[in-house]
Design a protein around this ligand. Structure first.
Ligand code: UD1
Ligand code: CA
Length: 452
């Protein structure tokens, strides 16, 4: 079966009250329209065309893998489809039409829906759902025998029609040539003065075509996002879906209500996620980890058996067996080696820390390469910035940096070397040497203490 997809995403989303085009608002960590595109691709759509208009430039920059059509003026969903007519001039078979604002649609439902359409001899099938609160949606009007009659928009519905809870989900399958053949016949005589796509359905019907109305089992999948309240509800539903999938695959989530995991995150078996934890973007976490409470990981690569609490880590890599926190900040470009220990109030930026090294408390490590088995004393600072440029610090294997040391880059502490506490190191320290760079202590025995 030949299946192409048309996604409507030109609307401004007036009810969002936002400067950002509606379809770029994020749910579950990514723009809502991406879910729709992914679902279409997953069921074997061969091509996705997206109608854009409001904020078109930004949408084009943000979204990839689709063809764009510009709808300069947003005159309604029917007009939006008509704008894309040329793109389908050569098409045969079925076009699946989706709205960019229904991110909870699953590929399973879409598959069921398109299969049902293919098996029928309908010229068009519309996806419907029974909503607990149908306000804002187009209502499905059926004939006395239960077959499809038409759709009435919320704003055009009379009191009786408003009571109907079966709604148009904004998802359709059309015989592509029949769609474009009939589309130009729709008018805009309605309360919004818009060309409504659903109006093409009764037109096809009157021309003798069969129209199907396929009701989804779960209405949650078909919710459309028009305002920020629906945005929050969709976000919550998507996250819960993600957490359920993770729990089913063997991840423990202590409190799903206070855990926020983006859709593309991967987590290995027997990892435990403690409350108040945010795992975002393209983060991948291995097996047997203990993450949280109060951790935020964004675009992180995390190995196995890692323990992290009360920390923020982004665009960095943490290898197996690392223990860290509380209050650690790992910044972009950092790799923390196996079995490293990072304690409280430590910041590491654009650095490499070798296997088994220890950064137990109060350090700033920036633009630094630390070897393995290194011990960094409390309060050590790498002075990586001279006000104009950044320089690197190197601390080789098994070196020992005493407490409250400043390492003024560029500088190298060679293998096995020691730095005495309180030193400000500006010159390289040779292998196995002890560097002391502080004033000698003077004890004054005869001095007149005026307090006495
Ligand atoms: C639409 C349906 C309604 C259905 C609901 C499901 C129409 C007339 N109404 O209403 O029956 O219950 O979706 O969620 O179709 N768009 C364009 N160009 C336009 C107008 C809209 O591309 O000129 C896009 C929007 O960006 C959006 C989608 O079409 O992604 C739906 O538009 P929206 O204004 O949200 O329609 P609803 O009022 O929700
Ligand atoms: Ca909508």
């Amino acid at each position: 079966m030949e299946l192409e997809t048309l996604i409507l995403a030109a609307g401004k989303g007036t009810r969002m009250k936002s400067k950002l085009p509606k379809v770029l608002h994020k749910v579950g960590g990514k723009p809502m329209v991406e879910y729709v595109i992914e679902a279409a691709k997953k069921i074997g759509s061969t091509r996705e065309v997206m109608v854009i208009g409001s904020g078109a430039e930004l949408v084009e920059k943000t979204i990839s893998g689709v063809e764009f059509v510009l709808q300069e003026e947003q005159l309604g969903t029917g007009h939006a489809v008509l704008t894309a007519k040329k793109k389908f001039a050569e098409s045969k078979g079925t076009v699946l039409i989706l709205c960019g604002d229904t991110p909870l649609l699953t590929s399973e439902l879409l598959k069921e829906f398109t299969d049902a359409h293919e098996k029928s001899n309908c010229a068009a099938t519309v996806l419907t759902a029974e909503m607990p609160d149908a306000a804002g949606y187009g209502r499905v009007i059926r004939e006395d025998n239960g077959s499809f009659k038409k759709i009435v928009e919320d704003k055009d519905a009379n009191e009786d029609e408003k009571k109907i809870r079966e709604v148009n989900a904004g998802v359709y399958c059309f015989d592509v040539q029949k769609l474009f053949g009939a589309l130009e016949k729709i008018g805009n005589e309605n309360s919004q003065g818009e060309y409504y796509l659903p109006d093409v359905l009764p037109i096809l019907k009157e021309a003798g075509e069969k129209i199907g109305a396929f009701k989804a089992e779960y209405c949650i999948e078909t919710i459309g996002i028009n305002n920020r309240i629906q945005l929050a509800a969709a976000d919550k539903a998507l996250r819960m879906r993600k957490e359920v999938a993770l729990m089913e695959s063997g991840v423990t989530i202590i409190d799903p209500n206070t855990t926020f995991i983006d859709g593309d995150v991967q987590i290995g078996q027997d990892t435990i996620i403690y409350p108040n934890t945010y795992i975002e973007g393209n983060t991948i976490i291995g097996e047997d980890c203990e993450i949280g409470p109060n951790v935020r990981f964004t675009d992180m690569r995390v190995g196995n058996k890692v323990k992290a609490q009360f920390s923020y880590c982004h665009e960095a890599e943490i290898l197996d067996g690392v223990t860290m926190g509380p209050y650690v900040h790992i910044r972009p470009g950092t790799t923390i080696g196996e079995n490293v220990k990072i304690g409280n109030f430590v910041e590491v930026k654009n650095s490499n820390v070798g296997e088994g090294s220890k950064l137990p408390h109060l350090q700033y490590i920036g633009d630094t390469d630390i070897g393995s088995g290194v011990n960094i004393g409390c309060g050590t600072v790498t002075c990586n910035y001279d006000g104009k440029k950044k320089f690197r610090t190197t601390i080789e294997d098994n070196a020992f940096i005493g407490c409250n040391t400043n390492l003024v880059a560029p500088v190298t502490v060679k293998e096995g070397a020691y730095v005495a506490a309180g030193s400000t190191i500006t010159k390289d320290v040779p292998k196995d040497n002890l560097a002391i760079a502080r004033a000698r202590q003077v004890n004054v025995d005869v001095w007149n203490d005026k307090r006495k």
